[in-house]
Design a protein around this ligand. Structure first.
Ligand SMILES: [Zn+2]
Length: 99
């Protein structure tokens, strides 16, 4: 039974309760994500690596964009697909080329 329903019931029945959500809800959520990732990794080896690689790519782009004056002057459009990139050709296109 969802805890919100219990809280609602307690409220309707005028029972003393605190309505706050379980303080561990976000931890439970994290655990769920972790389990999901482990399962994905098991079924599709390399999933975690590609997720991390994606994060690193985003972090690098963000760092570059907000460095110095924050205008992102170093970034250009990929000459193949038009994505924002730091070089002439974006990483995705270079990866596709390497395949
Ligand atoms: Zn591209």
């Amino acid at each position: 039974m969802p805890e919100k329903e219990i809280a609602l019931y307690a409220h309707l029945m005028d029972l003393p309760t605190h309505m706050a959500e379980c303080p561990h809800a976000s931890e439970a959520y994290r655990g769920e994500i972790q389990e999901l990732l482990l399962e994905l990794e098991e079924n599709h080896p390399g999933t975690r690596h590609s997720i991390m690689a994606g994060y690193e790519e985003l972090a690098a782009l963000a760092a570059q964009r907000y460095r110095d004056d924050g205008t992102g002057a170093d970034l250009t459009d990929c000459e193949r697909c038009g994505s924002t990139t730091s070089g002439d050709v974006c990483r995705k296109c270079r990866l596709l080329e390497a395949l």
